[in-house]
Design a protein. Structure first.
Length: 218
């Protein structure tokens, strides 16, 4: 073998080795790029999923805050929010009027609990079975009114003039009450209220509705 032919073969082998090395390097580079692309795509998906969870969680929290903000509180009695008046005649009755003087709506349940002149027990309820309530619940708007009526259209129901009345508002259950009680002094307010063996109706959004429930409406 001549020296010229030997040099030609060596050059060919060197070129072949260089080509193989370049091919392997390119393959490794492509593989590394593909892995990086997959990793980047996975990271982007996780980030998107995390953002979605945050948005959903934030929405639920906002909904909960909104529900808490719109919760309607219970109404409560006071000597200037509850007033009494008596009508005479064949359909004589006492009207109990409540005014919501707050800036928010409030809820009333069933009927007012009224103890006239320090009576041990409150006046019985006109509606519902004895010892039970019928679940009446009304919402009184801000500066709105609610009414209950005590029929006094018989001698026994009218009874005698009362000196005062202690007022509780029933709560959501038959045994619970809201903030109270308060006492209205009829003499102090120059009121002449006569109540005997009678009953009180549930709260109504209209005085006419309360009178009908008491059997003294037209």
């Amino acid at each position: 073998m001549t020296a010229r032919r030997s040099r030609s073969r060596s050059a060919a082998y060197a070129a072949l080795a260089l080509g193989l090395a370049g091919s392997l390097a390119l393959t490794g580079c492509n593989s590394h790029s593909s892995k990086n692309a997959k990793k980047s795509k996975k990271s982007s998906f996780s980030s998107s999923k995390s953002k979605k969870r945050k948005i959903i969680g934030g929405g639920a929290a906002a909904a909960g805050a909104g529900a808490a903000a719109t919760r309607v509180p219970d109404c409560f009695p006071s000597t200037y929010k509850v007033t009494f008046s008596q009508q005479t005649g064949p359909k004589s009755h006492v009207t109990v009027k409540f005014k919501n003087t707050t800036s928010r709506d409030c809820k009333l349940y069933n009927a007012p609990l009224l103890r006239f002149t320090n009576a041990k027990d409150p006046l019985p309820l006109q509606q519902g079975a004895p010892g039970h309530v019928d679940g009446t619940r009304i919402t009184v708007p801000s500066n709105g009114y609610a009414y209950a009526v005590i029929p006094t259209n018989t001698a026994a129901a009218k009874g005698t003039a009362q000196k005062s009345v202690t007022i509780d508002f029933m709560g959501i259950s038959s045994t619970s009450v809201t903030r109270g009680p308060v006492t209205v002094d009829f003499a102090e307010k120059r009121l002449h209220i006569s109540v005997g063996k009678s009953k009180v109706t549930n709260w109504s959004s209209s005085v006419h509705g309360a009178e009908l429930a008491a059997g003294v409406g037209n």
